[in-house]
Design a protein. Structure first.
Length: 230
């Protein structure tokens, strides 16, 4: 849902764009003045980013403040670095881990001649089971992620009794959620909202975290009530 600038209530449908990058990469761009083949050089600047067409689109949408989730495949240490880079850019991501190492792409930019040289590795071999995991990456995975965020917020309170109570309520809410999941179109958007909650918790802003969690729970309640009337 989108919200009016002067109101906390949703005013219309909200959409989240999901990008898929099957062949994600770690992109390294080296700036090398007076670059010549066959000689030893030192780069004057190095830029490392998560890359791949879908990821690049997600980055552009993030800059435009469009809700987006980057999905795809990532494997090995390079895959871990890709996920870390996405997280560092505050791009919500949900990549499927694979057995083989993700690729690295290296570009050499020579500012003196204006040349650009790119070397791309071949992508990793992907099994049928890994592709199946990606294509079936649906509401269950999002709900599991949502549950982890909720549990983190509860444990941050330091009150074990509160945690036990909320665990029970959350289990009941999941049963209801499963009953109407196919009638709730805003699931991606709801999970996307958790990014702001995590940022509030990390910055120890209790008041902001409390406000965000309250809005999240009330939005869930509204979605469920509407779904049961369809």
């Amino acid at each position: 849902m989108v919200r009016d600038a002067d109101s906390r209530e949703p005013v219309g449908p909200r959409h989240v764009i999901v990008t898929v990058t099957v062949n994600a990469a770690l992109d390294r761009t080296l700036t090398v003045p007076v670059f010549q083949i066959g000689y030893r050089h030192r780069s004057s600047e190095v830029l490392t980013l998560a890359g791949g067409k879908g990821i690049n689109v997600a980055r552009a949408l993030k800059h435009l403040e469009v809700p987006v989730v980057a999905t795809g495949l990532a494997g090995g240490r390079t895959g871990t670095r890709i996920i870390e880079e996405l997280t560092a850019e505050a791009i919500l991501n949900d990549l499927v881990r694979i057995g083989r190492e993700s690729r690295t792409s290296t570009a050499v930019v020579d500012p003196t001649s204006g040349t650009y040289t790119e070397i791309n590795e071949w992508g990793p071999e992907v099994t049928a089971a890994e592709l199946e995991t990606l294509t079936s990456h649906d509401g269950d995975a999002l709900m599991q992620f949502d549950e982890r965020v909720h549990r983190l917020a509860w444990e941050a309170s330091g009150n074990p009794y509160l945690v036990d109570t909320l665990e029970g309520y959350f289990a009941l809410s999941l049963r209801v959620w499963h009953l109407v999941l196919d009638r709730v179109p805003g699931l991606w958007a709801a999970v996307h909202d958790q990014r702001d909650l995590l940022q509030a918790l990390l910055s120890r802003d209790g008041a902001r975290a409390r406000e965000l969690m309250r809005d999240h729970v009330l939005a869930f309640q509204r979605e469920i009530v509407v779904a049961f009337t369809r």
